[in-house]
Design a protein around this ligand. Structure first.
Ligand SMILES: *[C@@H]1O[C@H](CO)[C@@H](O)[C@H](O)[C@H]1NC(C)=O
Ligand SMILES: *[C@@H]1O[C@H](CO)[C@@H](O)[C@H](O)[C@H]1NC(C)=O
Ligand SMILES: *[C@@H]1O[C@H](CO)[C@@H](O)[C@H](O)[C@H]1NC(C)=O
Length: 209
């Protein structure tokens, strides 16, 4: 009977040596392999739903292009809301980086604090981009002028990257690196009065891994 139990414990991994130590080792290996398979299944099952991202609010306090030299001066604040829709996976976000693009050209960068997100939680990360950056090419400058005339509503992109680690029960494992892309249409503040004229419509962001 006892040998039956031992062989049941040992046999899933088909231990070649039948000493006690190799039996223990094979049981440990079995447990690790099963835990790994369970995790892999969960991971594949939940990966597409690890994060829902929305640009919750945005403020384009300044966005001007100097004539001839094409220097873009910007002051942009964007709040990206990240939600963890899972009931079993908690997420730690590290190395969170945000980049702002105009006409496909990166102009601003912001490093954001890392944070932990429990199951079902929603976190807003604020990215502020302030500074100046040269805009390259007449096409981008022409697009800027056109948008400036057309209600000063600019199409910008804010992209967020991070390193995830996933916490499932007591296990913490490295997760994927999501790339979040928020295409935004933001009306610039009135440059003379500083008034923000229209409400920003929260926009869904695309997420891929
Ligand atoms: C950027 O805009 C914010 C308002 O959203 C303002 O408080 C801040 O002073 C501005 N920063 C610069 C450098 O102009
Ligand atoms: C900014 O506000 C002033 C005063 O209300 C107004 O005359 C002007 O047309 C506004 N500018 C733009 C670009 O909306
Ligand atoms: C926007 O930036 C330009 C250039 O830095 C500056 O001259 C202007 O005063 C700024 N406008 C606002 C409303 O901050």
């Amino acid at each position: 009977m006892a040998s039956g139990v031992t062989s049941v414990l040992c046999c899933p991994c088909r231990c070649i040596f039948c000493g006690l130590l190799s039996c223990i080792l094979s049981v440990v290996a079995c447990v690790l392999i099963v835990a790994g398979l369970v995790f892999l299944t969960l991971y594949l099952l939940f990966r597409p739903h690890l994060v829902h991202a929305t640009a919750a609010s945005a403020d384009l306090a300044n966005f001007t292009l100097t004539p001839r030299t094409w220097i873009l001066r910007y002051n942009l604040t964007v709040a990206v809301a990240l939600r963890n829709p899972n009931t079993r996976i908690a997420i730690r976000y590290a190395a969170v980086q945000a980049d702002a693009y105009y006409q496909g050209q990166p102009f601003g960068h912001a490093a954001l604090p890392e944070f932990f997100q429990d199951t079902g939680e929603r976190t807003e990360v604020m990215a502020q981009f302030v500074g100046q950056h040269p805009l390259e090419g007449g096409v981008a400058a022409a697009a800027f002028r056109k948008e400036a005339i057309d209600h000063a509503r600019f199409s910008l992109d804010v992209k967020v990257r991070a390193k995830m680690s996933l916490k499932v029960w007591a296990f913490t494992v490295p997760g994927p690196r999501p790339r979040i892309d928020c295409p935004l249409l933001i009306q610039r503040r009135n440059l003379t009065t500083g008034a923000a004229s229209t409400e920003f419509q929260p926009t869904d962001c695309r997420v891929w891994f």
